[in-house]
Write a protein that binds this ligand. Structure first.
Ligand code: GLN
Length: 265
């Protein structure tokens, strides 16, 4: 991956757990949301996951933000705005009807599929193990993390990987695992020397490595696919998003957004 654009970008840390509604009124042409009889929907995300979603100068930006907006633009729905949550609160926010769609680099998996539905996949990822750039710890497999303080973000597949591959088989004591509200806090604790490794989605690891004194020690293949999360049974909306996604993929928009946020591939 090229670092084009990423290293230049000023990334501002986010620590919020509070939901903030960012109004998009005025961003959409003609009359504003809903006036023309379209259904308004609200999207939810969890900033601190660059380049998928992060805050830049107080503004919510990222690949997921641009992609979902482009996809919704292809449908009869209107995006009323974005709400921000910690990652682990996104599925409850969706089922409670605080939001209608999750765009947060969320991996499609069976456990989540029991509570919510997903659109078709829009991005693939594996897990990466990130360490300090100037440190003397260079693990090359998960078992090398044994006995080390490590971290991941609460409620993520990175956390599940730590649980199923390290804690459950007895390779890591539960007390060595640190769970963070967001990945920025985890990576900051890594930089500070409070933990020795962070388990995180590979494209996000690459972004942190381009912006902070951390490196990817190795990757762990999980073959994950990200999808937008939707409420179970919201089939008409899900279908509209899938149609929108395929239109965006067939045209140049998907490639343009990939180039914008991940550099030329
Ligand atoms: N892809 C991971 C998951 O779904 C992490 C997502 C995130 O931290 N935003 O659990």
């Amino acid at each position: 991956m090229s670092d084009d654009g990423l290293s230049r970008r000023q990334y501002l840390s986010t620590v919020g757990g509070t939901a903030v509604t960012v109004s998009l009124a005025g961003c959409f042409g003609g009359g504003g949301g809903g006036d023309d009889g379209t259904t308004e929907i609200t999207a939810g995300t969890a900033p601190g996951f660059p380049p998928f979603e992060m805050k830049e100068d107080g503004e919510l930006v990222g690949f997921d933000i641009d992609l979902l907006e482009a996809v919704v633009d292809e449908t009869d729905y209107t995006l009323a705005g974005w709400e921000e949550f910690e990652f682990k609160s996104l599925i409850p926010a969706l089922t409670n009807e605080n939001i209608d769609v999750v765009a947060a680099g969320m991996t499609i998996n069976d456990e989540r599929d029991e509570t919510i539905d997903f659109t078709d996949p829009y991005y693939s990822s594996n897990q990466a193990i990130v360490v300090r750039e100037d440190g003397d710890f260079s693990p090359s497999s998960l078992s090398d993390l044994s006995g080390r303080p490590i971290g991941a973000q609460k409620g993520t597949t990175g956390e599940s990987t730590v649980q199923s591959e390290l804690i459950e088989p007895g390779n890591l004591d539960e007390s060595n695992y640190n769970s963070y509200g967001n990945y920025v806090l985890a990576v900051e604790d890594l930089q500070n020397g409070n933990i020795d490794a962070v388990v995180i989605d590979e494209p996000v690891a690459q972004t942190f490595a381009a912006q902070r004194p951390v490196v990817i020690a190795f990757t762990y293949e999980t073959g994950e696919n990200f999808g937008f999360g939707v409420r179970e049974g919201d089939d008409e909306f899900t279908q509209a998003l899938n149609d929108g996604l395929s239109t965006v993929r067939d045209g140049s928009t998907y490639q343009d957004l990939t180039n914008k946020w991940f550099g030329q591939q």
